[in-house]
Design a protein around this ligand. Structure first.
Ligand SMILES: *Cc1c(COP(=O)(O)O)cnc(C)c1O
Length: 270
């Protein structure tokens, strides 16, 4: 809807479906990607998609907020333009709203001259200094998110009330371009788990739509599914209502595991 106001037509294609992407590319100007994919966390084959798009004359953009520049560098895979929500890992403290674009001089000049003057969006000096501060600890924070997220994904995977864990590290793809994993992933629970009770029983995870900060957060898919259908009833959000997304912060891994376990026990229907 938003893009149509600018005369841009869009088509959603499953990033795992190579035939569908090949079919959609002729005539397209842009292939816009996110990998791993939101909620389901499947990892796309960036080298292959970049080649397909280039052969079709389309520019590629990837949202690389999940991996951060520490764990994925898509320009090395042939992607043209990398965007980040700097509000997530790069700031790391949930106190800045900012974004980044990384691309060749030619693309940056185009954005700086023809696009950003008309869209506004100026970072204040204070917020810029908070981003600089966040950058200093980004590598060590990502290391912790990686270790803690991976450990908790494995523990959840073994829990009897958990039917699936969506984390790209559990079954890495042969084409993986990730050097590590951040702390955002999702898991699906059995019908026996009362999801609102589970979310409210958590003591260390707050409810929140953002992620990538020092504090752990939880967001059940149902809330986003309900919001999407209020916005446009024709939209199929495409994920299971049994899915729960968590962002693993910088707390002790053992404390987070104890919290997840007690909340699952509390939310299990008799
Ligand atoms: C949060 C988010 C955005 C939007 O970023 P803001 O900085 O909140 O405007 C874009 N992409 C992804 C993947 C996000 O998670």
């Amino acid at each position: 809807g938003f893009c149509q106001r600018f005369g841009i037509t869009t088509e959603f294609v499953d990033g795992d479906d190579e035939a569908a992407i090949r079919a959609a590319l002729p005539g397209a100007s842009l292939l816009y990607l996110e990998s791993p994919v939101s909620w389901v966390m499947s990892e796309l084959n960036l080298n292959k998609l970049a080649t397909l798009a280039r052969d079709a004359g389309a520019v590629t953009i990837i949202d690389n907020s999940w991996a951060s520049p520490i764990f994925q560098q898509p320009l090395l895979c042939g992607i043209d333009i990398v965007v980040h929500s700097a509000s997530k890992y790069i700031s790391g403290h949930s106190d800045v709203v900012a974004g980044l674009v990384i691309a060749s001089q030619q693309h940056i000049n185009n954005i700086a001259r023809h696009i950003s003057p008309f869209l506004g969006g100026k970072l204040s000096a204070h917020e810029a200094s908070l981003l600089m501060r966040g950058l200093r600890t980004l590598p060590i924070r990502m290391k912790h998110h990686h270790q803690s997220g991976m450990a908790l994904a494995e523990q959840l995977h073994a829990h009897p009330q958990v039917t699936a864990v969506c984390h790209p590290g559990l079954q890495p793809q042969p084409w993986s371009t990730l050097r590590g994993y951040s702390g955002l992933f999702a898991f699906e629970v059995t019908e026996q788990i009362d999801i609102p009770v589970f979310c409210n029983a958590l003591q260390l995870f707050h409810m929140g739509v953002s992620w990538g900060g020092f504090e752990s957060l939880v967001m059940p898919a149902v809330s986003v599914i309900n919001q999407a259908s209020e916005f446009n009833s024709a939209v199929d959000f495409g994920v299971s209502p049994r899915l729960i997304r968590i962002s693993i912060g910088l707390e002790e891994t053992d404390d987070l595991w104890a919290d997840l376990q007690q909340a699952l026990a509390t939310a299990t229907r008799a």
